[in-house]
Design a binder for this molecule. Structure first.
Ligand SMILES: Cc1cc2nc3c(=O)[nH]c(=O)nc-3n(C[C@H](O)[C@H](O)[C@H](O)COP(=O)(O)OP(=O)(O)OC[C@H]3O[C@@H](n4cnc5c(N)ncnc54)[C@H](O)[C@@H]3O)c2cc1C
Length: 299
């Protein structure tokens, strides 16, 4: 049997009107189920997703949807944050609702959205459900402690695909990016590609983390469609598709390589829409570049 806990919409912040919103769902400290009290434990690993049941604007009923967490359980326990974009697909349902006036109304009235939990009957503990408990090439659950600290990572985010990596960097920052004694700690470059400056997510926070931890964290925001005059970072797409006359596409990844020339010595992580991730993968293949490991998640 599946169990849920009602989570209050704690924050609903518009990043790009009608397109992207930052959502925070606050879980209570405990929950009573069938006459028994359970303490809610939040041990979600960075890079994993929780399951919530928001309203569907198209279908007019509650739907089950996964959302990758963008903050970290270690510094915000029981406050599940994510970034949700309107997909603009014909069948868009909950993604349209999150951008709606009705969602604003729910937020103002402190309404709740159910979030899935797993019960440990013996310990009387309810744990926030995570979409995966093991690291695989097709998910972005962060490697175990003791492992990520040794890695050089390049994380490429398309749009709201930045969510798992925001969780990574907050978790890593809380652990001093893994430096301890003689251990140097992780080196992570985050390449975050969005259409215009209004879509940049937690931009100021990321700039300040980069300043605070320059040996460990590099932030490279990219604007693909329009940019301010003074934009000092990359402009245009990080992977460019050149249509071949005979049908096959050539994917040019030199813009990405200009930001991260050492891809073959890095562990590559990517997140975002299926097409963008596929193009980047194909571009790497065509260029003969083989990163140390590649893991990707697309929705
Ligand atoms: C692990 C994971 C993590 C995710 N993390 C995030 C995140 O952090 N942020 C985010 O914005 N999104 C995330 N998503 C995607 C999110 O769960 C939703 O799928 C997305 O927001 C779109 O929701 P939607 O209800 O608008 O439409 P969909 O979920 O795309 O579908 C709506 C409904 O329409 C049905 N349907 C599908 N195709 C068609 C069709 N062609 N015609 C008619 N009906 C169709 C579907 O079965 C579904 O019932 C994640 C998904 C996964 C699996």
């Amino acid at each position: 049997m599946e169990h849920v806990v009602p989570a209050r919409i704690h924050q609903l912040r518009t990043i790009d009107p009608g397109e992207i919103r930052l959502v925070q769902l606050a879980l209570p400290e405990e929950i009573e189920i069938a006459g028994k009290l359970y303490v809610i434990q939040d041990t979600m690993r960075p890079g994993t997703a929780f399951l919530a049941k928001p309203w569907g604007a198209r279908t007019g009923k509650y739907r089950r949807r996964m959302y990758t967490r963008s903050n970290s359980a270690c510094n915000a326990p029981r406050l599940l944050e994510t970034l949700i974009n309107h997909t603009h697909q014909d069948h868009a349902d909950t993604s349209a609702w999150w951008q709606s006036e009705m969602a604003n109304d729910w937020f103002e009235k402190e309404k709740t959205v159910d979030v899935r939990i797993n019960l440990d009957q013996a310990e009387r503990v309810a744990m926030v459900y995570e979409n995966t408990m093991v690291c695989k090439p097709a998910n972005l659950r962060l490697e175990d402690d003791g492992k990520w600290e040794e890695m050089q990572m390049v994380c490429v985010a398309f749009g709201t695909g930045i969510t798992p990596f925001l969780s990574y960097v907050q978790y890593m920052a809380a652990k001093d990016f893994g430096q301890q004694g003689v251990r140097h700690g992780v080196r992570l470059t985050l390449v975050a590609s969005v259409r215009h400056a209004g879509q940049l997510m937690l931009h100021e926070e990321l700039l300040s983390l980069e300043k605070q931890f320059p040996q460990h964290f590099r932030y490279q925001p990219v604007l693909t469609r329009s940019w301010p005059d003074a934009w000092g970072y990359l402009k245009g797409r990080i992977v460019r598709v050149e249509r071949g006359k005979s049908g096959g596409d050539h994917i040019d990844i030199t813009p990405l390589q200009s930001l991260v020339p050492d891809l073959s010595q890095s562990h590559l992580r990517m997140c975002g829409n299926v097409m963008a991730c596929r193009q980047l993968t194909l571009g790497l293949e065509q260029s003969g570049i083989i990163p140390l490991t590649v893991r990707a998640e697309s929705w």
